[in-house]
Design a protein around this ligand. Sequence first.
Ligand code: ZN
Length: 547
Amino acid sequence: MHDTVQTKPKPLEKGEHQAPISNSRRQKRSRRGAGLKRTVILHSLELNTGKLKDISQLISAYANQKDAFLVTYAHIKFLDALLSNRLRDSLVASGFKSPFGLKARAWKLALNDALQAIDVYWQAIIYVCKKYIFRKFSDEAERHYAFWTLKDYKRIQSLMSGQIPDGEPLKSKLDLSARQKIAKYLHRRLRKEVGSRPRVCLRRSICLDARMYRVFDEKGTQYISITKLFERGRVVIPLKGRHTISGNIRIVLNRITQTIEVHTTSDVLRKSLRTNSPDIGVDLGVSELFTDSEGIKWCSEYWDELKSYAEKVNATGKQRNKLHALEKSLRRRNPNKARRIRKFNLGKDKMMAKKSQFHSRIKTDVNTAINRFLDVRMPHRIAIEDLRGYSPEPGKGWFSRLLSFWTLGIINQRFTFKSQAGGSSLESVNAAYSSQTCPACGYLDPLNRKRDRFQCLNCGTVLDADTAASRNLKARLDDPDIQLWTSTKRVREILVQRFEKRRLEGLVVETQADTAGLTVSGKTPGTIMTEVRREWSTGERNFGVWV
Ligand SMILES: [Zn+2]
């Protein structure tokens, strides 16, 4: 599995491994709906020591340069220049020479790479702020002004320097003091969200443009030759498999297997949207990957195996923690033994290799399940809970850790890509109370759900819990009141009001007989619990910035 040659186009998650987007394209790209790209990975044969040294040298010089750029340009005063060529041009004009020995071509790519990371970092902050705006301001004009301010880096910059951004199309509705109030709030919110700045942490990849490498074929093998950093000549690396390599590429070094990966992108043709197909809701689950609103559970053949593997990893992790503690306590008393523990029991290579194997299996599995789902259902719109703000609840055990950001990120990214390429549109919806509300009568009660069984305490509808949730998600697609950023509290109010209204109009039928089997001590059906579990859609900003 691990050493299969990926000659088949295989897209990747956004992040470190993504082949670079050229500067001009970055300028042109709109925030949403950027051109659909597929990353193809080609693996190399094992490198010898000399080649490994040359590549490592290149990569570490590049990483150091990129990191230096990140440190300099993450500052707010450069924010408005992020999406232009201004910084690059001024460096060129001042005769900039890379202190790490990179040629002009290479440091420009490192700069581009760094600016992209800073852009992603700011987009993440802005995303969280938008959520708060929805909660804080209910007036349409106020919201409009706040969103308008966050839309442009120049405006954010002036906001952060204490000014009140001007020129908004709807400003006639807001006087200066109203705008001042919003600007002050946004300033405070942004300052709160600006956490640690992005830095280079992995130091294992480099971007190359078309003039920094050459691809050729010899005796049926594809080779890539890359210009060396300090001496003349090129490093020639044989590749497994074959694919067109062109334009900007990324080289990723795997120090454990002593190989490189060549990441190259190609455009993907988008199928036209299937407007005549049905909409489907999707609820991400625990015992399977996801459940759709038709009641089908989509998982992979290996899902159980993956779960048992995750359990194993968890157990090993616990053992390692114990050993770490032991090693720490022995460091003074018995340094030799501590060293042996570090070397033989706490080494990272094997663990990392297993982990990456596990990760690639999850990726394949997620892919398979999503492909099958799209083939069978052929949906027009897919409603999915908004995963960007999700953080796993602490203490929920091993599975919440397995479904950590990483897996959720993969699922979300695969869904986005596959649905776009296959003619469906993926839409994030507000998931608050989606697992506690009856899809039939709209009655909301945490007690409607008992583990994987949903039984409405009002109308008696019995459903699989995940199916019920995915039906609610589907309904949110066209919900006029519950939007993505509507606060959890407001969602609850809306749901309660709706139910009451329907009950007064006599549209809700209560069938107490069906709930007879359900006894809940001290709680009567018809009362809505105040203590409500926080749902998926709430939580803090936790999606990472890959650098
Ligand atoms: Zn019901």
